[in-house]
Design a protein around this ligand. Structure first.
Ligand SMILES: [Zn+2]
Length: 321
């Protein structure tokens, strides 16, 4: 977001009495003018047993071959025992004979890595809640990925239901992520980029507005708990789908309104909602395209509002249906 792009917005802020210095002192995407009420995310987390707490909250390790998921071979998704975020697909699980569940790949953006204080081992944590999972090892040659996420069973939950995916672009991904994350049945929302061609795009590249990429969120949800149509409806209410090449204070092609669909059903449901909006007088600018490759954004973009306890500056819900 350039200062030029911000000017009309800043003028508006000053008009409502937000001190400019205070606002600029925060992040360039601070919750300007919003109520700074911390999101009580911990209230949504599962209660932990003392054993789980020792592992997840105090970086403990369960004894080898003791966990429920060491010899577990069902199809499904392994989730964070504390916050429920999906972490590993059963397809990534392999038998390392180490005594702990082993996965050669984490779901995109699901796990963060931190080098241990000893400088050797690399700890892995749930990217959503920061709960300790275990360690990651590379170069052991177990599988083609050459990576072993060695995870405590106590840090994991398991869901048999295959999760569905949806992709929405509606301006700054922080705000879109914030609202979709709160929907019951949504298991994870990851901020990233879709719509361009260059592999591994960076935020800086996408910010030029010339890559074809749009700031996009990936939503993983349980289709038994929430339907795609409900998510798409909410998407059309938390951003202004009539804006072209921008969203609120954010100007540029990367902030355009777009829905990237993974099935005919998603495309049909989206078109139907757009038709309804047009009938109600909205000149909808949203582009609807089949989903391409999704690139998760840099770690510091994930869960921005949850981590900072701020509220979105760029998105608010407006009922349109
Ligand atoms: Zn978690």
């Amino acid at each position: 977001m350039s200062l030029n792009a911000l000017t009309p917005y800043l003028v508006g802020l000053l008009a409502v009495g937000v001190p400019l210095g205070l606002w600029l002192a925060g992040s360039t995407r601070a919750a300007a003018g919003g109520k700074e009420s911390p999101v009580p995310v911990s209230a949504q987390w599962n209660a932990l047993t003392p054993e789980q707490s020792r592992v997840i909250e105090s970086c403990g390790t369960e004894p080898p071959f003791s966990g429920a998921y060491v010899n577990h071979h069902q199809d499904g998704t392994y989730t964070c025992a504390r916050c429920g975020a999906p972490l590993f697909s059963s397809e990534a699980k392999f038998d390392s004979r180490s005594g702990w569940p082993s996965f050669d790949e984490a779901l995109p953006g699901a796990v963060e890595e931190l080098v241990d204080p000893d400088g050797h081992r690399v700890e892995i944590r749930c990217a959503r809640c920061g709960g300790h999972l275990g360690h990651v090892f590379r170069g052991e040659g177990y599988t083609e990925e050459d990576t072993r996420h060695c995870v405590n069973s106590l840090s994991l939950g398991f869901s048999e239901a295959p999760l569905a995916e949806a992709y929405f672009a509606g301006g700054c991904f922080w705000g879109v992520e914030h609202y979709l994350q709160a929907v019951p049945g949504v298991k994870s929302v990851v901020s990233g980029y879709m719509g361009g061609d260059k592999p591994n795009p960076t935020y800086r590249e996408v910010s030029t507005g010339r890559t074809g990429y749009a700031e996009t969120v990936q939503v993983r949800y349980d289709p038994h708990q929430v339907q795609y149509r409900e998510l798409a409806k909410l998407f059309f209410e938390i951003h202004d789908p009539t804006q072209r090449g921008r969203q609120g204070p954010d100007i540029g092609d990367q902030y355009r309104s777009a829905v990237f669909t993974v099935s005919e059903e998603q495309a049909a449901a989206t078109s139907e909602l757009i038709t309804t909006l047009k009938r109600r007088g909205y000149d909808v600018a949203t582009e609807v395209k089949p989903a391409g490759v999704f690139w998760p954004a840099e770690d510091y973009h994930q869960d921005y509002y949850q981590r900072t306890g701020k509220t979105p500056y760029c998105h608010a819900r407006v009922e349109r249906f």
